[in-house]
Design a protein around this ligand. Structure first.
Ligand SMILES: Cc1cc2nc3c(=O)[nH]c(=O)nc-3n(C[C@H](O)[C@H](O)[C@H](O)COP(=O)(O)OP(=O)(O)OC[C@H]3O[C@@H](n4cnc5c(N)ncnc54)[C@H](O)[C@@H]3O)c2cc1C
Length: 441
């Protein structure tokens, strides 16, 4: 116990993981205040609520009662609007100030829309928050036509859930191929063909110029003169970190809030995690915002350990994305754009791209039927090889000649034994229930 008063802004993945880690390390009652515009929930499960695979209640990560029983002082439905760093005060939208010994900024990001005529009209939605999902669900009736503007990662988290409701789907992507920040052209083309063959309209290289109200439907107008009619439109064209509220505070801002290896900003009492934090990419050494769930979770845990008086360094996140579209799965890891690459393609949507750094894999793309990838666990094995930069020695030749024999190569490197004991904070994270009851794992 440090006796320090920790203030956490944002109850998403990073904020929640910081609190559960503080509960592990500092015991209860916690000396934590949580300020958050929304209740604690995980955005990445929203697509499952959209498709009714899970109920609304299952979206939440922890209840208010449980947080209170941990000793967390709750300020939910409140927004942070500024910082008074000299007085160590967090300024709220109701005029109050909350004083802190240390502060975690975990305010995530928000969906953005391109500045197009008609883009803010009726029946046009983002899909970033629980409120967005609540608003879209009643609109999804079988046979209605949904146009997804944007064919990137977030749009693809929605493809299967939308199709499961019986709607007709059109995906419009401005770039030459879908998933331009996740897949190379060859890989993306396999998915596009797969989706088209299964009834999904995929339009690429097509910039939306504006949206109009037709007689009965919305009309999405494209630069080449084509029109995509829609009963409803979901815009998934990008996100921006929620850091406007700290812009006058003197904290260093790049793509997000700039943090050091301990995830501290240029003010040692203030940390940043998740979609707001610009960290060093362990893989490339470049600085970037890694707006993915695992990064937010790990960063929240590392910061909590530092708040609890430990001296933890964040190892960095490997860029990684996984999507599934009509039973075809695709993933890319690490530096998948690298030029020194080998490829393999086989029937039924199977594809591999390996990016080489000598005899090590520095990046990879893997595509295949979801059933197959899950059963064979090729995806997990490839991720391990890329993440750990395992030298493959003579086994590189096997992957060059037979790109689908990942398992043989993985086992030959004896990589599992080295990976298994590895954890973010040296001990496995405890389920919150175990922390609360003191029951052994
Ligand atoms: C539909 C969808 C699917 C996704 N799927 C995946 C996936 O499959 N894999 C993956 O890795 N990632 C996925 N993501 C991304 C992932 O959810 C985010 O990277 C992750 O939520 C980031 O966590 P965070 O804690 O930084 O921010 P968030 O989880 O966004 O939490 C931010 C919190 O801050 C609060 N807040 C914001 N501004 C303020 C303010 N001024 N004052 C007080 N509170 C504020 C918000 O209300 C919220 O509670 C998905 C995202 C979405 C929307």
């Amino acid at each position: 116990m440090t006796g320090r008063h920790h203030v956490i802004v944002g109850a998403g993945t990073a904020g929640f993981n910081a609190i559960s880690t503080l509960a592990e390390l500092e015991g209860q009652p916690l000396n934590v205040t949580l300020v958050s515009a929304e209740l604690p929930y995980a955005r990445m499960v929203l697509p499952y609520y959209l498709s009714s695979e899970i109920q609304r209640d299952n979206v939440f990560t922890i209840s208010e009662d449980r947080l209170s029983s941990l000793g967390v002082e709750l300020m939910l439905g409140r927004r942070a609007v500024g910082l008074d760093r000299s007085a160590r005060g967090l300024l709220l939208d109701d005029g109050r100030s909350v004083s802190y010994d240390d502060l975690l900024i975990a305010t995530g990001s928000s969906a953005t829309r391109p500045p197009l005529r008609g883009i803010d009209g009726t029946h046009i939605f983002d899909h970033w928050t629980l409120a967005n999902t609540d608003a879209i669900r009643p609109e999804l009736q079988p046979g209605r036509h949904v146009v997804l503007i944007g064919g990137g990662f977030i749009a693809f988290t929605l493809v299967n859930p939308l199709l499961s409701t019986g709607v007709r789907l059109t995906v419009v992507e401005r770039e030459a191929h879908i998933l331009p920040r996740m897949l190379n052209a060859e890989g993306a083309c396999i998915i596009e063909a797969w989706m088209r063959a299964r009834g999904v309209e995929v339009i690429t290289g097509a910039a939306v110029t504006h949206v109009e109200d037709g007689d009965t439907r919305k009309l999405v107008r494209l630069a080449d003169g084509e029109v995509a009619p829609a009963d409803l439109i979901i815009v998934a064209t990008g996100i921006k970190p929620n850091i406007d509220w700290v812009k006058d505070s003197g904290l260093q801002v790049g793509q997000g809030l700039v943090v050091d290896e301990h995830l501290r900003t240029n003010d040692p009492a203030i940390y940043a995690a998740g979609d707001v934090a610009e960290v060093t990419d362990a893989h490339t050494g470049r600085r970037s915002v890694t707006a993915i769930e695992t990064a937010a979770m790990e960063q929240g845990r590392v910061i909590a350990a530092n708040m609890a008086g430990q001296n933890r360094v964040y190892a960095g996140a490997m860029p990684m994305n996984v999507i599934e579209a009509v039973d075809l799965q695709a993933a890319s890891f690490g530096d998948w754009t690298g030029a020194e690459a080998s490829e393999g393609e086989a029937a039924n949507g199977h594809y591999r791209r390996y990016v080489w750094d000598g005899d090590r894999l520095s990046g990879a793309v893997i595509i295949g039927p979801a059933r197959h990838l899950a059963g064979e666990n090729d995806m997990g094995m490839l991720k391990g090889l890329v993440q750990e930069r395992v030298p493959l020695g003579p086994w590189k030749q096997l992957l060059l000649a037979r790109p689908f024999e990942v398992k043989k190569v993985f086992l030959a490197t004896r990589h599992v034994a080295r990976l298994l004991p590895r954890t973010v904070l040296d001990t496995p994270s405890q389920p919150l229930e175990t922390v609360l009851t003191g029951a052994p794992t």
